[in-house]
Design a protein around this ligand. Structure first.
Ligand code: ATP
Length: 361
């Protein structure tokens, strides 16, 4: 095995980070014969944010570990800015990749103060340079005043920012983040996420962020890679994937859906929620029709499908409704802005937006 020369950029004490592209080229990986990544090719563009999205066990963390050099692929190559860092005859150790890592649990050292935590990876610098760089990084996340504190004295959100400062201090060209906000409560998560996005934009580093939450991916990513069983289910912008999901799995991951199995007749499909066009499909073809819950509207009168409200729940701006609909064995869910429907209403009708109908083989 050859090791590439050390990436000096990762040790540079000052100056802006230079974003790098990160490429997985036909990468496979497994643990004890169990495949975790299957022949996956994917590129994170320089200076952009790529979110790795997928259900538990789909291989998101493994991909980050392959990029960082904590794992080696069994086949294929990992490249940074076109240079192979993992491959059949090359393995560059993590410390020479110029890549930063923020873990799910922040992983701060409890016995070191905040500044020492941030300085931890700056071993190539003199003490003075490391302290200056560490302080500059803490300033960037707005926590310079906590330099002498110990991690236990900080809130979860502050600890996450220290972890971010530590990962950014060596000026990585790629920042890998594994579910970085999952340890935070919902309200804090929104503000820390927004802050992290602006810090990433300021540093210019390429960001690769793991999440299992489609909404979080949509909020953060320039590009989303949705994984399923270690393979790429779909790659695109949030809008591309939401509007044109490649299959039922992707559709169900990006939106709450109700699914019916149907057969195309005279260019149309009949479902308990209405008759819809099946343009481009042949008569007799068996399809799954996915109706996005967000495309179902409830009206007192005048809709196309009769329904009865079984229960409703107040969710702040919206009310969630569970409805029984003739011909549907499960309750149909729908959401309406609060105040749209009278509180004693029971029998209603539904209107379904054709834009929220998706057809799959
Ligand atoms: N150290 C390990 N030894 C053996 N199998 C492992 C190990 N780490 C992960 N796996 C397996 O590899 C597969 C992919 O795991 P990975 O952690 O990459 O998924 P993930 O998408 O990040 O999941 P989660 O969202 O639950 O963290 C899973 O089947 C998991 O059980």
């Amino acid at each position: 095995m050859n090791s590439l020369p050390p990436n000096k950029r990762s040790r540079s004490p000052a100056g802006a980070a230079f974003a790098a592209t990160l490429t997985f080229d036909e990468v496979s990986h497994g643990y004890d014969g169990h495949a975790t990544i299957r022949n996956l090719s994917l590129t994170a563009q320089a200076g952009k944010i790529l979110c790795l999205l997928g259900p538990s066990g789909s291989g998101k963390t493994t991909l980050l570990r392959l990029a960082a050099g904590i794992e080696a692929p069994t086949r294929g190559r990992v490249l940074l800015d076109g240079k192979e860092v993992s491959g059949p005859s090359v393995f560059v150790p993590p410390e020479y990749r110029g890549v930063g890592f923020v873990f799910q649990d922040f992983a701060l050292f409890p016995h070191m103060n905040v500044l020492d935590n941030v300085k931890f990876g700056l071993t190539a610098l003199s003490q003075k340079e490391a302290s200056d760089t560490g302080m500059a990084s803490l300033e960037r996340v707005g926590l310079a005043h906590y330099a002498d504190q110990y991690p236990h004295a900080l809130s979860g959100g502050e600890q996450q920012r220290v972890a971010l400062a530590r990962a950014l201090a060596p000026r990585p060209s790629v920042l890998l983040m594994d579910e970085p906000f999952s340890g935070l409560d919902t309200r804090l998560r929104d503000s820390v996420r927004t802050e992290t996005l602006s810090i990433l934009a300021e540093t210019g580093a390429t960001g690769v962020i793991v999440t299992h939450d489609a909404e979080e991916a949509m909020r953060m990513a320039d590009t989303i890679a949705l994984l399923k069983d270690g393979a790429l289910a779909q790659l695109g912008t949030a809008e591309q994937i939401y509007r044109a999901p490649s299959d039922l799995f992707v559709a169900g991951f990006f939106a709450e859906i109700t699914v019916f199995d149907v057969c195309v007749t005279a260019g149309q499909v009949d479902t308990p929620l209405g008759r819809f066009h099946a343009k481009g499909w042949s008569d007799g073809e068996k399809l799954s029709v996915a109706v996005r819950v967000s495309g179902i509207g409830i009206v007192e009168n005048g809709g196309s499908v009769p329904a009865r409200i079984v229960y409703r729940r107040f969710l702040g701006d919206y009310e969630q409704f569970a409805l029984s609909v003739p011909g549907v064995d499960k309750l149909v869910q729908a959401r309406m802005p609060v105040g749209t429907l009278k509180s004693d209403l029971q029998d209603v009708s539904l209107c379904v937006n054709e834009r929220d109908i998706l057809l799959f083989k």
